[in-house]
Design a protein around this ligand. Sequence first.
Ligand code: KIV
Ligand code: ZN
Length: 532
Amino acid sequence: MTEVVTAAAGADTVIAQDPKDRVIVFDTTMRDGEQSPGASMSLDEKLELAKILEDMRVDVIEAGFPIASNGDFESVRRISEIVTESTICGLARAGQADIDRCAEAIRPAKRGRIHTFISTSPVHMKWKLQMEPDAVLDMVTRSVSHARNLCGDVEWSAEDATRTERDFLRRCVEAAIRAGASTINIPDTVGYTYPSEYEAIFRDLIENVPGADGVIFSTHCHNDLGLAVANSLAGLQGGARQVEVAMNGMGERAGNAALEEVVMALKVRGDRLRHHTGIQTQHITRASRYVSAITGFPVQFNKAIVGKNAFAHESGIHQDGMLKNAETYEIMKPEDVGQGATNLVMGKHAGRAGFREKLKTLGYELGQNALNEAFQRFKDLADKKKHVFDDDIVALVDDALASGTDRIQVKSLRVIAGTEGPQSADLVLTVDGEDHSATATGDGPVDAVFNAIRMAVPHGADLRLFQVHAVTEGTDAQAQVSVRLEEEGRIATGQAADTDTLTASAKAYVNALNNLMARKDKRPLGALASQF
Ligand code: KIV
Ligand code: ZN
């Protein structure tokens, strides 16, 4: 037993932690999260995210679905090469080709896992698989046995488990355990279950399936009814010891249970929930911001744990209480999740060493080239902006990391805007070092800028999202822009930050275009939907 201090109910309480209540945190941001329509990530972005998740001490990283595309295969393989602390998992349907491809992708991993699944509910078996239950049961044994021959760590999932007939679910789980699965996942695929019901399913399986005491049961909850986190916690109370979660609650449709919410509920309410995780929670905000930036999915202001307002106190009564004692209105400290106060960091006279130290506190360890590039951008920003805040630094470094290797870059931009149309843009892009210029008009300045990009580098992609938000307060705030482009089913997101909104818009569009070019070989996951 280990003793930890928790801030339950405002008072510090000592809680004994039993190793058998240690919960394995399985992050699926890069797999189920990436299945959020439009949320695809580039290889470089996934590699960076994998490092952030590893720093956060995520136990298992589900890095992708290797058979879905060459891009997915490559990202699972490369992540397997660079991550040493977390287990790297790949998803596979029940067919041999899927499992073989997955095994190949995770081969370089220090600790690799094959996660194979098949649907078990009547509606999925009849309409999606068009298979009889006995054939599905047989497939469970064959798929898990095949995976076990290739990898010592196999997870099996009963897709749509919560709408599966209980007796059939028990038989499938038993077959998977007999065939060698060490983790059994019970997904609430369509976000349909209810906490007490989900808890009861785990209790039933753990009590009644032979061999259940030798495996780890896992939750995997979707948020269609807004119950994903509550259901995940109920699953733990029913005996599960792994939670499948995604940063910011990303995932199919309404998303998956949010990593930050499940982890912090366990940490803050250690007095009620005896379970605990190994997550270093101070990395949560950085991970959340990074995922939001690379996917272009904003985090709602009032989102629990990671929202901009999660620790803001607006009303006078609350502010008064906070000044007297923060425990009056705060059940956890912002620092616990890495939300520092928006500190004034440094002026333009700051040196490189101080800047590097600042980056470290914000969770960045950059190589020499990236550091030089970020430092130059910081100096440029400090020239333009009176106060440079932590959030400015985060936006600037993410921007430098996102666009550093781009083949197309914005060299210069001049825009005419105002009430007298047409608005126009004069633009110079460099493509592999060679200048391409264009002048275009448009329906507003942003339209003019994007038209000029299309003229300078002709392409067929359609604009799917254009989003701007201010990084900090004030009229000299940097604008952070996200752009999503789509071409023949391929989707790519780009982002950029600049004190000039139009420059940020041009750079974000160009970044998205670079990402689109880099993933030309990636097929959408939807193309695989109903086969196995
Ligand atoms: O929701 C689900 O059922 C899944 C499985 C593939 C685990 O994501
Ligand atoms: Zn899912």
